[in-house]
Design a binder for this molecule. Sequence first.
Ligand code: PAF
Length: 294
Amino acid sequence: MQIIDTKAQLEAILGKYKKDGKSLGFVPTMGALHAGHISLINSSKKTTDITICSIFVNPTQFNDKNDLDLYPRMPEKDAEMLKNTGCDVLFMPLVDEIYIGENGFEGFEGQKRFKGAEAFHFEGLDKVLEGKHRPGHFNGVAQVVSILLDIVKPNKAFFGEKDFQQLLIIKELRRQLKLNIEIVGCPTLREKDELAMSSRNMLLSSEEREAASLLPKLMAEAKTLKEKGKSVNEISGYFKDRLKNNTLYKLDYFAICDSENLTELTAFDKNIKSIALVACFVGKIRLIDNIFLD
Ligand code: PAF
């Protein structure tokens, strides 16, 4: 596996592969890799000739400096995992390599963000759920993903369905930028107790980790309640009630939405494929999950 930290080097290497007619699969990540990321690498390896993974903890998608500072970083372990999985190229740029000149990242002081922070508009998709609770988050994601896709120019790019709203945003980004890249959504991988795999799980204390098991359990119950004919309100009420008295939990949102556009539903409709999405703090760690209800 080649490990690269500059755009120029990466473009030179990928240019050679493209000249040889090889197809490129790209898995952008922020590192602290787990089996979920590895499944994305495997999906890429199955369907393209060359797999490129990037590790870049993108400052512009964090609206809280503390969250950015706390984000786990373990580049050596990540590189080892990627090498063992058969990833071909690992791109690990520094912040200045991605955000330079016009794109410069101005840091957190005084709420300053990436200069082009308002460059992307997603028709409200970026203002609900995660977008509402993490203002500017999806602009930051769109900024870095557009820059990375422009550098790598892959045939396919792979993203996890755990970040379901992010996946829809990236599909919309692809449409807006008219990119000739297939965006592939891959199923969420889960721990033994069904907790969705996430780099943030390793930040949970053992008490919080145990408590976090309740989250996938309640999501599965939401699906069962839907199957039993309960209404949107009844399911939401049940979910919120179950967390209300749990002192380790602080719920940001639980919403049942149209999975096409994340419009919140007030009633189920047989023509709409519904999805339940949740974000909550367990202790100080924010977790998200989702489940299709149909
Ligand atoms: O899902 C992530 O890890 C990040 O949001 C992404 C897509 C790599 C952009 O920084």
